[in-house]
Ligand binder design. Structure first.
Ligand code: GLA
Length: 689
């Protein structure tokens, strides 16, 4: 690399001048409006009560083969006895193609690999909608993309209704009564309390998707009043925000009758043994979701069969789901796009911008087996700095020095303005897809405010001058800046996820753009699961990460927006002494988020998010890289796909499209079932029966 590429300058005099110039210079600039890219279909906006209700119906139905082979044979109770007193009923008026028919399979392809079935203890199931389908949660948010803005409130789910006390501190929730896990064991408050007491409140257990006490407010208590009634007590008054935290992925209880006997509090197991007690080979894990895992072949497939105890029905009393089987081919995320477009797979969230042009071309043909529909720009990436200087991740001397640099605003600013976002976006895909992302909340979400967004445009000279100014000079002339006082070369490790080409492409782009800034950035590219582990353990200096729902919806995943607790932030968690060494502007973010959570006043919330966005972007809390739209690809044979379903908003499309309601018309059904006319067997036992 060329030394003259940056403004270290020969003459001391010149250096002094350029430094002064930068200090006086306003580095902010006008944020260009994103290129016009209209979503290809709009949702039909409705009320929550238009989508579903809970009620008993005069009669219930199930696939004929279930009655013939199981009920008539005496191995399964009649459907009416398997359903709760009042099942969740999806209303026909909100089903785009109406009441469905039974049969067929949805063939997913995923890039993850299941660690095991213990979601409660933090194991992932390979993503791509497996865990979303297994986990039913107290409330539900995915379908909210089609709920009228002024009626926005999470959908009831396992909690069928709730009321607030007069003073607003207590929330009493009524659970569905008489629903059962997929093995027939009753679902009740024991399951909810096990999740609360022995996962959320037990600091040795970290459920998948990051539920912590802060997620529900410090000091919040939960108690069971009877098997179907639970009562929350909050410090805040009427914090309706927590209803969002009770949805996927932070309040989805697991089967306590299976999990509890393995938990260290009730057994001789260590926490590690508890976590690993249900490996991927463990079949028929009891779930409340519509399909149960019945077959696993490593690096090949996970197969799920319909849950005979599923507790949702259509208005004619047909027990859901309509689809008998779910496949999750264990491949790569890029292959998910390819197969969905080609018709050998059925579903994809098109989210890796590198494959957009090809996918669009092939889907435009009349004979294309799948439809492809773009939504808003809700996929976004940021470069995150590890902001802990008190030991999170146990950095060595080099790492510690970098973490301290990360805490310096001039350093973060220099990194940010050394990134040419336009070029970075174009390197993924040309055309109107990518937009310059200044960081913080995404443009196009309800809480975004352009005027509150501070944008520092690309300015390599100023970036170099900023680093000169904080004493990072190339003292040994090797083209890499040195730590102050003749220290070592500035070497930074960059964590990224190899499961996605986009993640590593963006990380490569960042690495290249840091070169003319005199920073040596070293790739630490890891497969998804180890990436997750390293991120959670704080073992990174920088991290390129696809961001979560908090940047899109704000109300979902809200506690991830700032270090509101010791384990809530993606890039700043508690150090060795258990405290977070929070910076003053982070405290402002924390206070803003906490106030946001505590109020239900919409005008106040909008103002709070303006403050959040301002403080976030002005301080380059993380470096926005690019944002772009995703597209839902789904095989044309599926019916009941809601209009305008985004691939990512409050949740991923796998939840948004309400898979339990999707069906394939009889004349279009494929012959894909691997285990036709079978149901899940006993927990831990061999496959389907
Ligand atoms: C992965 C995929 C997403 C989505 C989620 C669902 O993250 O990349 O498109 O399928 O899994 O959990």
């Amino acid at each position: 690399m060329k030394k003259h590429a940056y403004a270290l300058g020969g003459a001391g005099l010149m250096l002094g001048v350029s430094l002064l110039a930068v200090q006086a210079q306003d580095l902010t600039g006008e944020l260009p409006d994103p290129p016009e890219f209209s979503a290809q279909s709009e949702p039909t906006f409705v009320s929550v009560s238009d989508i579903q209700e809970y009620k008993a119906l005069p009669e219930y139905h199930e696939p004929d083969w279930v009655t013939a082979k199981y009920v008539d044979a005496g191995t399964l109770p009649p459907v009416a006895e398997r359903l709760p007193k009042e099942p969740l009923v999806f209303k026909t008026g909100n089903m785009p193609d109406g009441i469905g028919v039974y049969g067929d399979t949805m063939r997913h392809v995923i890039g993850g690999r299941p660690e095991g079935w213990n979601y409660t203890a933090g194991q992932n199931q390979g993503w791509g909608g497996i865990d979303i389908g297994l986990s039913e949660c107290l409330t539900r948010t995915g379908p909210l993309f089609e709920v009228k803005a002024d009626e926005l409130e999470p959908l009831p789910n396992l909690a069928k209704s709730w009321e607030w006390s007069e003073d607003g501190h207590e929330l009493t929730m009524h659970l569905i009564e008489g629903a059962k896990w997929s093995d027939g064991d009753p679902f009740d408050a024991d399951d909810v309390m096990f999740y609360w007491n022995d996962a959320i409140m037990d600091s040795n257990v970290s459920p998948l998707n990051g539920g912590t006490p802060e997620t529900f407010g410090v000091g919040t208590t939960l108690e069971a009043l009877d098997p179907y009634t639970i009562k929350w007590t909050f410090k805040e008054v009427r914090p309706t925000q927590y209803l969002y935290a009770m949805a996927y992925g932070t309040f989805c209880p697991g089967p306590s009758h299976i999990l509890k006997p393995q938990h260290p509090k009730y057994s001789d197991n260590t926490y590690e043994q508890f976590k690993n007690a249900f490996p991927p080979e463990y079949m028929n894990m009891p779930v409340m979701g519509a399909w149960v895992p019945v077959e696993y072949r490593p690096d090949d497939i996970v197969v799920m069969r319909r849950n005979p105890y599923y507790w949702k029905v259509d208005e004619n009393g047909n027990q859901l789901p309509y689809l008998n089987e779910m496949h999750y081919r264990l491949s790569t995320w890029a292959d998910r796009d390819v197969q969905a477009v080609a018709g050998s797979g059925d579903f994809s969230n098109l989210e890796q911008a590198e494959s957009y042009v090809e996918a669009l071309k092939r889907s435009a043909e009349d004979s294309a087996p799948a439809r492809l529909q773009f939504g808003a720009r809700t996929i976004g990436y940021a470069l995150e700095f590890n902001l802990s200087a008190n030991g999170w991740g146990e950095p060595d001397t080099r790492g510690q020095a970098i973490h301290e640099l990360n805490r310096n605003l001039d350093f973060r600013k220099a990194v940010s303005i050394a990134i040419d976002r336009q070029r970075l976006g174009d390197s993924l895909v040309r055309g109107p897809f990518t937009a310059i992302y200044p960081g913080g909340l995404y443009a196009g979400t309800a809480f975004y405010d352009k005027a509150s967004t501070v944008y520092y445009p690309y300015n390599l000279d100023a970036a170099n001058a900023l680093l000169d100014g904080i004493g990072l000079l190339d003292t040994d002339g090797n083209g890499v800046r040195n730590l102050p006082d003749g220290g070592a070369d500035v070497e930074i490790t960059l964590l990224a996820n190899t499961d996605y080409a986009t993640d590593t492409n963006l990380a490569e782009g960042v690495i290249a753009m840091m070169e003319p800034l005199g920073l040596r950035v070293i790739a630490n590219f890891q497969a998804g699961t180890s990436r997750d582990d390293m991120q959670q353990a704080g073992q990174f200096d920088w991290h390129v990460r696809r961001q979560g729902a908090e940047m899109v919806s704000v109300v979902q995943g809200t506690t991830f927006l700032a270090p509101t607790g010791p384990q809530t932030s993606y890039f700043h968690r508690a150090g060795t002494d258990g405290t977070v060494d929070i910076l003053p502007f982070e405290q402002e973010l924390v206070d803003t988020v906490n106030t946001f959570v505590a109020t239900s006043d919409n005008a106040e919330r909008a103002e709070l998010m303006k403050t959040f966005q301002h403080v976030f972007t002005e301080n380059v809390y993380s470096v926005g890289l690019t944002q772009y739209p995703g597209a839902l690809i789904i095989n044309k044979r599926f019916a009941n796909i809601p209009a305008g379903a985004p691939i990512f908003m409050f949740n991923w499309a796998e939840d948004n499209i309400i898979r339990e309601r999707i069906y394939v018309p009889a004349d279009q059904q494929g012959d894909y079932e691997l285990h036709p006319e079978t149901l899940p067997g006993a927990p831990g036992g061999a496959g389907p029966v």
